[in-house]
Each structure stands twice: as C-alpha cells, then as structure tokens.
Ligand binder design. Structure first.
Ligand code: TEU
Length: 573
C-alpha cells in the first residue's frame, strides 16, 4: 500500500480509538494505608472520581514488584504486585471495580530491561555458564573495552557495567540497576509473551509498552554514526530485528485477545510510525512519540513578540507530521506524562491570570485532536510544576544521577538546578491534590515526594464547587468529544501552519465538520482559517462568556479574533 492510500483509507472503528486514556502514577495518586506512598486501594477508593471525568481507560504506571531504583521501571517479579502498592488481591479488586464501572485497565510493561534484583539477573551474573547468562547482553572483557554506548541514567553516562564474577560488562541503557534483556534469545521472548498472557488472562485490557523500540540490539555493536544519531538514542530504536519481534508479539499475544497495545515511541520519527501501527503489518495498535518534549527543549520561540515561550509552529508541525505518519494506523495525542514536566507549565502558563484559561485551552486541544488522548492525572485540575530548589527534594534517579555527574565533573550545579525546575520529571510526580487538608488529602503521613504548596488553591474539592473550574470544563470537553464522532474519526487538517500564536484545524468526518481555533499565547491573536465562517456555530469555548450559537458578526469575516489562551470550537454548516 502506498503512503497516499494508507492515509486515505477511512479508519475502522475500535474501542481504543474512541477511548480517552487517563494515566495514573500510582505512587502519587492516593495513599490508603498511611505510609506516604500511593497504592492500589487508594486508587480503588477514588474510582468514582475517575469515572466522573468521563474517561474510559486507566493506564497505571508499573505496579509490579520492584526495588524502585526507577519507581517501578526496574521490575524484579513480573507476576507480583509491588509491596508498596498492595497485594494481588488488591489488584484483583481494583480490576473488577474498574470493569464494573464500564472502564478498562492498561498495565505498563517494561520489556526492554529488568531490575538487577530480578532472579534472572541474580543468576545470570554468577557465571558465564549459568543458563540465564544469555538472558542479558554482555561484552566479554577479553575483547577489550566495550564499544561506546551511552546510558540515560548512569552517573558516568556509560551504558556498560563491569561484572567481576563473569569478567564481562552488561549493557544497561537506563540505570546500572536496569540491565537490558537479550531479545535475540528465544527463551526471553517466550518469557515476555507468557507474562503478557498471564495479565491478559487475568482480564487486563492491554499494555503500555515501555521503551519498546529499544528491544533489538545489533549483536555486532557497530560504531554509531553520531551525525545521523546525535546522542545515540535514535540509534537504539533502530535495532535490526525490532519489527520481527513486534510482529511475533502480535502473533503470540495481541491477536489472541480483545486488547490494546500502545508503545512508547522513544527515538521514533514521524515518517516511521506507520511501520509500528499500520494494521496490515500486525505489530502495535498505537505508538506515542517524543515530539512535545523535543519542541519544548530544543526550539526557540518563533517571534519574541508572539507571547509563546517556545515554537508553536514547530509544535503544529510535529503533531501534523505524526498524524500523517501513522498512515492507516491510529495516532495518540498527549502533552504531558510522568516523564515530562506539567503540561500547563510547559505549553500554557501556571501564573495568574492565565492559569485556568490556559489549562482549559490545552484540554480543548487534546480533546478535539485526532488520536486517542493520553491524559495525565492532575492536568484536569491544572496541576503545575513544583520547581524544587534543592537536590534533596528530588526523588528521580534521572535528576539525582545527573546531579552527581555534574558535581563530579565540576560543572555548573546551580544552572542544572535552575534547568530542572523547568524540565525535571518530578514536576509531574508530586502527590495528587485532592483537598485543603494537610498533604492535599493524598496521605495522612509524610508523602514520598513533597506536595506542591499550591494545593491550598488548586485541588479537586475547590474545583468541584465551581462550575467554571478547569475540572468541570474538562468534563464538558470530554462529554463533547464522546457525543461527536466527527471529533474521533474525522480527518484532521491544519489551517494555519505559519501563525506563531494560533493553532487552527478542521475535523471532518462522520457527517460532521468542526473548526477548532486555539490561541496558545498570552496575547490577543487572530486566526485565519482561510475561508469565511458563514453559518458557523460556536459550540464550545473556554471563556465563560463564549456561549453558543451563531455569531453573525464573526461569521462574515475570514478571521477569528482570539483572546489570550482562548479556544473555540465551531460547528460548520
Ligand atoms: O522512558 C524511556 C525513555 O526513552 C526516556 O527518554 C525517558 O523519557 C526519560 O524520561 C529520559 O529522561 C521510559 C519510562 O517512561 C521512564 O519513566 C523510565 O524511566 C524509562 O523508560 C526506563 O524504564
């Protein structure tokens, strides 16, 4: 099938295309047993709230047994629940309760690496003759120094760690406590498919697949072309047997269940996404890219006067390229998760007077785009970056190890701490803000990570009482998406590629036509869709006076005036 044909085929309906995914970081959602750490009974106790949002699928960050070097992304037993979070009985209760409310549950599976405390690795590292040795990736010391490979979290940046008992180095793309599995070993693949089936047999509805593009490694360990792959990480997602393994996974697991799979597309560029998600290739249902984080970290604002602190033109280009890149597959959209700072601090403004209005505008964006929205818990009340000022307040291994490295290299620690206020992952991991009580109603004990002090203003209890709150607007926008299939299955067309302040697009399909105009800046803007809006009806907007109905004055014009962070959805005649 050509790229053009792929893009033109109408999408087949599927429940996961119509779903809104609500991502819960279990450690931070709700602590039921008073140890300062969120847990499964805590999530269970708040399911009415989750259901009241109108979302359908809950994605839980890893809940498996783990020594928590990387908060559950280092698994020591794939068939057990992390003791901090509860027991298997708690999990079963949660799964039942989610299902009885008509929602579904996704688990987050880490298949690229295990914990170094996983029994496989404990065995593997004892001797080269151990049957588990080949479950991991090694470089024998007699071959000299291992080839240069970078690690995300290692204090020295090195992805190899020497293991005296075997006189060899093991590979770890993440921390030294997260050794990479050897997917070329068929026994490893069988184990992983067995684990997936174990949870699907229990009734879970699918998986988010962590770091999935990294699973295949070139056993020759060639030199990396750093011009093509600056930072090396893009190279990691282009292993020679990756698609063979994903197809095998489909055959062995996904094809046997009514489930969904969404991969973390780290290192994957838009033109390649279809290779993962095109239905005819039988690999994954969806993949989410890293575009939003690149945009924020690497690009300059389009214009100093635009009132946007990053390049909106680049953000639009990125979302549009991803939409096109999936071909006849299906996109996902998101602006924040547990690895990114809070979306409002990054793409809106968490400062007075823009906070609520920009949080609502970003909700309107994600809920009117084509693709399954992945919504990160807390964004529906406009939770913002905590901006810790001292290293002791951080928990994240990424921040702490980078700090140590800069300290060792006698780099600029203060500059690093300033930068972490904007970019650190812990910004998104602070406890969920339920109410006005100490610790924001998250826990009765000292929480594992400090609560954002703004909980005294920003919390669920306050927003439940206010019909104009971000929370209640989020609910309305969710209901609006659900009620209009054109917003789910309709095509997406970008209309104002070059405008540095506004993001305007058409959604057309299922007999409906919507025009969405969003001002991403803190200044008044004008959006030019390129045609007169005659007969257009305002159906949803984030300003309290936006109202609904046909706006004759506006509709005669070819431009839409937008107030700061204003977002409007029009139904076109
Ligand atoms: O992240 C994978 C990843 O590619 C990293 O770039 C990640 O974005 C990290 O935040 C870099 O700063 C996944 C998980 O989402 C992340 O939480 C885990 O730490 C990581 O895998 C290791 O399992």
């Amino acid at each position: 099938m050509t790229e053009k044909n792929r893009a033109e085929k109408a999408p087949d309906p599927a429940w996961w295309k119509e779903a809104i995914i609500y991502q819960i970081y279990p450690r931070s959602f709700r602590d039921a047993d008073g140890d300062g750490i969120g847990d499964l009974p805590g999530i269970l106790s708040q399911l009415d709230y989750v259901q009241s949002l109108g979302v359908d699928v809950i994605w839980l960050n890893p809940v498996f047994a783990s020594p928590n070097d990387d908060n559950g992304y280092d698994i020591s037993d794939y068939r057990e629940i992390m003791s901090d979070f509860g027991t298997m009985a708690d999990f079963d209760r949660l799964l039942d309760a989610v299902h009885s409310r008509g929602m579904r549950l996704l688990l987050d599976l880490v298949a690229n690496h295990t914990s170094d405390e996983h029994p496989w690795f404990v065995q593997a590292r004892t001797s080269r003759e151990n049957p588990y040795y080949d479950y991991y990736i090694w470089w024998a010391a007699e071959h000299g120094a291992p080839p240069d490979r970078r690690s995300f979290f290692d204090e020295l940046g090195d992805a190899w760690r020497y293991n005296p008992a075997t006189d060899s180095y093991y590979l770890h793309y993440f921390s030294a406590k997260q050794p990479d599995l050897n997917w070329d070993n068929p026994a490893v693949r069988r184990e992983m498919y067995g684990i997936m089936r174990f949870w699907l047999d229990k009734g879970v509805d699918g998986f988010r697949l962590d770091s999935i593009p990294y699973i295949s490694k070139d056993p020759e360990f060639p030199d990396i072309d750093l011009c093509r792959y600056p930072g090396m990480f893009g190279f990691y997602s282009h292993g020679p047997r990756l698609h063979e393994y994903l197809h095998e996974m489909y055959r062995e697991v996904w094809s046997r269940y009514d489930c969904m799979s969404v991969g973390e597309g780290s290192g994957v560029d838009a033109p390649e996404v279809w290779e993962y998600v095109s239905p005819e290739r039988q690999e994954l249902d969806m993949l989410y890219g890293f575009g939003p984080s690149w945009v924020r970290n690497t690009t300059r604002p389009d214009s100093r006067t635009a009132g946007v602190s990053y390049s909106l033109v680049e953000l639009k280009r990125m979302f549009t390229a991803w939409d096109r890149g999936v071909g006849d597959g299906w996109p996902t959209v998101y602006l924040g998760n547990h690895d990114q700072p809070r979306m409002i601090s990054r793409f809106g403004s968490d400062r007075y007077p823009w906070r609520d209005i920009s949080a609502k505008m970003l909700a309107l964006f994600l809920l009117t785009m084509r693709g399954t929205p992945c919504w990160f818990a807390g964004d529906e009340i406009g939770m913002a970056n905590v901006r810790f000022s001292c290293i002791d307040h951080y928990n994240d291994i990424n921040t702490r190890n980078m700090y140590r490295r800069i300290e060792r290299e006698q780099g600029d620690i203060q500059a690093f701490l300033r930068e972490q206020k904007r970019t650190a992952r812990d910004n998104a991991r602070t406890p969920f803000q339920w109410d006005f009580s100490p610790c924001a109603g998250f826990s009765t004990a000292v929480p594992w990570l400090r609560v954002n002090p703004d909980y005294r203003r920003i919390n669920v209890a306050a927003q439940e009482r206010d019909p104009d709150s971000v929370l209640n607007f989020f609910r309305r926008a969710v209901a609006f998406r659900k009620a209009n299939r054109g917003l789910i299955y309709g095509n997406y067309t970008l209309l104002d590629e070059k405008n540095p302040q506004s993001y305007t697009y058409l959604r057309e399909g299922e007999g409906q036509r919507f025009l969405v105009a969003l001002n991403f800046s803190r200044k008044a803007a004008r959006s030019f869709p390129g045609f007169p809006l005659k007969g257009a009806e305002r159906v949803l907007g984030n300003y309290p006076d936006a109202g609904t109905g046909v706006d004759d004055e506006l509709c005669a014009e070819e431009e839409i005036p937008l107030r700061p962070f204003e977002g409007i959805v029009f139904r076109l005649g």
